[in-house]
Design a binder for this molecule. Structure first.
Ligand SMILES: Cc1cc2nc3c(=O)[nH]c(=O)nc-3n(C[C@H](O)[C@H](O)[C@H](O)COP(=O)(O)O)c2cc1C
Length: 326
């Protein structure tokens, strides 16, 4: 049975980050009910960050590639080795992930990172990962406050260590149960409530979609690029311009048996696996004929020129096969 572990880096178990984590897990279950899910609330676990002992880097030592610290994180790090996917969620605190998430990432990632040029990974297999960020700032302000830097940094290390990652960001979140009870003149309570009602549900849909993507990677064993999901992209392009498998703008859209358009390479790879279910309808494909969708290709091309977006990254060399456990 396949297994995913979700790590909640928010101290709150039912707020923005936790809700989006749950939606993602719901998306996973919608594709494969039998995927086993475990959620670990990091604030319930007693541990420290890396103590710089370097046992994980010792030449020829038994501990090479492993964290030797013994605390409540030790059994969790052992479990990660068995997992088929990892999901992380954290609010942004002072421009980065929360302290407990940061300490967790130090312990999780550093032992697997080789001090070589270029760096490589000692993690024994390739598995999909995804990271959910929630924050007060708006999408427009993310660059102004340089929050894209921690996001890019985490994307870099997760894709290096585990093979690929996805990013979902929920901006301008609703932070307090009742804004009237807190001295927070910077925020407009009415605007926050309106956003909670209109935009947050869309973030929840994106999270659900990301979960479906995670489940498909777990079930087909195919990842398409180091960054396989980016919610910021989802909001900008019309939904039917994005391949339901890669979540990227399509270069060569083809219509499949379910009537939906897919990136040719992605759907061909999916049809070549045992998991021949339509990612959109969740029903088996009745045949494998693919018909080029010329009009959609032309529309996407116009859209891309209007945004000056370079052709998406989907080429054969970037499709990564993950290892299946029996
Ligand atoms: C200690 C603390 C620091 C925060 N720092 C930031 C920040 O630097 N930038 C930001 O956009 N939001 C910041 N926030 C807001 C949270 O990131 C945001 O409300 C988030 O959605 C909370 O997640 P949760 O609802 O899952 O707990 C901070 C919140 C707290 C409590």
């Amino acid at each position: 049975m396949k297994q995913i572990i979700a790590f909640n880096g928010s101290p709150r178990k039912n707020w923005n980050t936790a809700i989006l984590l749950k939606k993602t897990l719901g998306g996973i279950k919608s594709v494969r009910e039998d995927i086993e899910i475990e959620t670990i609330h990091l604030y319930d676990v007693n541990y420290t960050g890396c103590k710089s002992c370097f046992a994980c880097k010792r030449t020829g030592g038994k501990s090479y590639g492993q964290c030797i610290l013994k605390d409540e994180l030790t059994p969790i790090l052992a479990k990660v080795k068995q997992a088929d996917a990892l999901l992380f969620g954290s609010p942004i605190y002072f421009g980065g992930v929360t302290g407990v998430m940061k300490a967790f990432l130090e312990r999780l990632l550093f032992p697997y990172l080789t001090y070589t040029t270029p760096s490589s990974s000692l993690f024994p297999k390739k598995i999909p990962t995804a990271f959910i960020y929630t924050m007060n700032v708006t999408e427009e302000d993310i660059h102004k406050f340089h929050y894209d830097i921690p996001v890019l940094n985490i994307e870099k290390y997760l894709s290096l260590i585990f093979g690929s990652t996805g990013t979902l960001i929920s901006f301008d979140t609703y932070q307090f149960p009742d804004y009237a009870k807190f001295f927070v003149p910077r925020f407009n309570a009415a605007e926050k409530i309106a956003r909670r009602k209109t935009i947050f549900p869309k973030d929840c849909e994106s999270a659900y979609e990301m979960g479906r993507g995670l489940a498909r990677i777990m079930c087909t064993g195919i990842m398409f690029s180091p960054i396989w999901f980016d919610s910021r992209y989802l909001h900008k392009a019309p939904e039917h311009y994005l391949c339901p498998i890669t979540h990227k703008l399509m270069d060569n859209p083809v219509v499949a048996a379910d009537g939906y358009s897919y990136e040719r390479e992605a759907i061909e790879l999916l049809l070549g696996t045992a998991c021949r279910m339509s990612p959109v309808t969740n029903r088996p494909f009745e045949h494998t004929v693919l018909i080029p969708n010329h009009s959609l290709k032309a529309s996407i091309s116009d859209f891309r020129s209007s945004l000056l977006i370079k052709p998406s990254l989907i080429v054969s060399s970037q499709a990564v096969r993950i290892q299946h456990r029996s």
